[in-house]
Structure formats: structure tokens, C-alpha cells
Design a protein around this ligand. Structure first.
Ligand SMILES: [Zn+2]
Length: 279
């Protein structure tokens, strides 16, 4: 049970509330972004779904950014952060990425970006890896999970049938930046320049084994079961990239590394699409 002091602070004024006090505020994080979204004709801010935890109502924050037209139907990319609630680096980087997109819409030329900065709202508030229900949400996908956050995200993954999926994470056991490349074969052609871009700010993890997996130049091809990704039956597979920043680097460098690798993936994939269309 937590207690909150009323304005005139004295012991007798102490009021008890049955619910907890969040360690971090989602509203404080998202209010400035919602303000931008309201002003910009390219931004759409909406929350998806509704669920309850600890008698509080939650939804899944969700921003859609429509870049300047690149010719054909916009390429749909889903970008996800904060599925592990204690990994705030990706969350902050996506907030910064959204601010920058507002200033530099050409970064997203030809794209429709679906951005989910806080995929685990209760874990974000509590600063815990797991959601408040005690589950690691990033082991629950496409396995008949009943976790509301997973169900909402799965619905989004089905509805938008993304051409590419990018997830941002933090690894507190790694000294360097690295990534997982899944899905379409071309993923490796996107992740390599993305890791190069990140390396301007945070050194790369060049170990042969990272997080228990065989790795090469900071790229892992295998991965855990049940992670956030495209529905298993989807063909052709979209590109799927997971970027992992080390925890130890300074905040502004981690943020720059994420933003710069996201920007690079978008420009590299755009080149690939243009090339494929000219074949
Ligand atoms: Zn993680």
C-alpha cells in the first residue's frame, strides 16, 4: 500500500491509496509527442485497445507517420520499443525519433511508419522487465498468450502486415551494440549498415558469442521463441531486425546510435525497393 501526502504536508493529512505509485510516467513521456502529432498533418497519434492492471486503465500508445510520397503505395514499417519495461533506451530513442521525423519528414519518404514506443506500459511504469502480471511479454508471441499487451500487438502485426519490423532493446550484459537479423534474406543487407551507423556513437560487440548465440560482426541469426515478430504463417517474410544497445554507454550516445541506425535502415530499404522496381 502506498501513501500520498496532501498539499499541506503533516502526518494527519496523509491519505492512504490502495494502488501503487508508478516509478515513471507514460503521460509525461508522451504528452510532448501528442502535442507534435496534433500540429503535424503527417502524424496520427492514437492509442490502441484498452486493458486494466491494478484497477488502472491502459492502452497501447501508437503513432503513425506518413512520409512524403515516394511514388507507389507507402512501405509499412513497424517500430517497437519498451516490450521489456526496464529498457528505457529504446523508448527514449523512439520519442526522439518522432521529434526528428517532425523536423525531417524526408527521412520517411515513401514510408508509412507505425511506431509503438511503449509496448509494455505497466513494466515501463514499474521499471521492470516483466509486465505487472509477471510475464516476459517478449516470450509470449504467437503461442496462445492471454496477455492483453501481446494480443493488442499481435492484432497490429496482423492488421498492417508490415514490410519490415524493427524492435529496440537494451542488453546490460553487453559492452557493445549488436543486433538480430530474422525474416527476409535481405535483412542482413539492412542490419550491417545499421550497425555501422550505430558504431559512430556506441562501439559494436564483435564477440563470437553474444547472449549465448553465435554471432558475426555483431549480427545474430538465431533467437528466442515467442518474440515480437511477424505472424508465423506470413509469406513473404518481412525483414525483422532487433537492435540491442549496451546499457553502459552515455544516454545521448545510445539515443543517437538508435536514431541513426533507424534512419539508415529506412534509407537502405528504400534503395532496395527502388532497385527491385527497376529490375
Ligand atoms: Zn529486451
Amino acid at each position: 500500500m502506498s501513501t500520498i501526502q496532501t498539499q499541506k504536508s503533516s502526518k494527519s493529512d496523509t491519505v492512504s491509496f490502495p494502488s501503487f505509485q508508478p516509478k515513471r510516467s507514460i503521460t509525461k513521456l508522451l504528452d510532448p509527442l501528442d502535442e507534435i502529432a496534433e500540429k503535424s498533418p503527417r502524424f496520427l497519434s492514437k492509442s490502441t485497445g484498452h486493458f486494466e492492471s491494478d484497477h488502472r486503465g491502459y492502452s497501447l500508445p501508437h503513432y503513425v507517420f506518413l512520409g512524403p510520397r515516394g511514388g507507389d503505395e507507402p512501405i509499412r514499417i513497424g517500430i517497437f520499443a519498451g516490450i521489456h519495461g526496464d529498457e528505457q533506451e529504446g523508448v527514449l530513442a523512439l520519442a526522439q525519433f518522432l521529434r526528428l521525423l517532425h523536423l525531417k519528414p524526408e527521412w520517411a519518404a515513401g514510408y508509412c511508419l507505425f511506431i509503438y514506443p511503449v509496448c509494455n506500459p505497466t513494466g515501463f511504469e514499474n521499471n521492470t522487465r516483466h509486465s505487472r502480471s509477471g510475464k516476459d511479454l517478449n516470450r509470449e508471441f504467437w503461442s496462445n498468450s492471454s496477455e492483453p499487451e501481446v494480443l493488442l500487438l499481435q492484432k497490429e502485426l496482423i492488421a498492417h502486415s508490415f514490410h519490415g519490423i524493427i524492435s529496440l532493446h537494451t542488453d546490460d550484459t553487453s559492452e557493445g551494440f549488436y543486433g538480430f537479423a530474422h525474416g527476409a534474406t535481405l535483412t542482413k543487407n539492412l542490419i550491417e549498415p545499421a550497425l555501422d551507423a550505430a558504431a559512430q556513437f556506441v562501439p559494436r560487440n564483435n564477440n563470437d558469442v553474444i547472449d549465448g548465440f553465435k554471432a558475426r560482426n555483431g549480427v545474430i541469426r538465431k533467437g528466442y521463441q515467442g518474440i515480437l515478430g511477424a505472424p508465423p504463417q506470413v509469406r513473404p517474410r518481412p525483414f525483422e531486425i532487433i537492435l540491442e544497445t549496451p546499457k553502459t554507454a552515455p544516454e545521448y550516445l545510445k539515443e543517437a546510435a538508435f536514431v541513426s541506425s533507424l534512419k539508415t535502415i529506412l534509407s537502405e530499404y528504400r534503395k532496395f525497393i527502388a532497385y527491385a522496381q527497376n529490375l
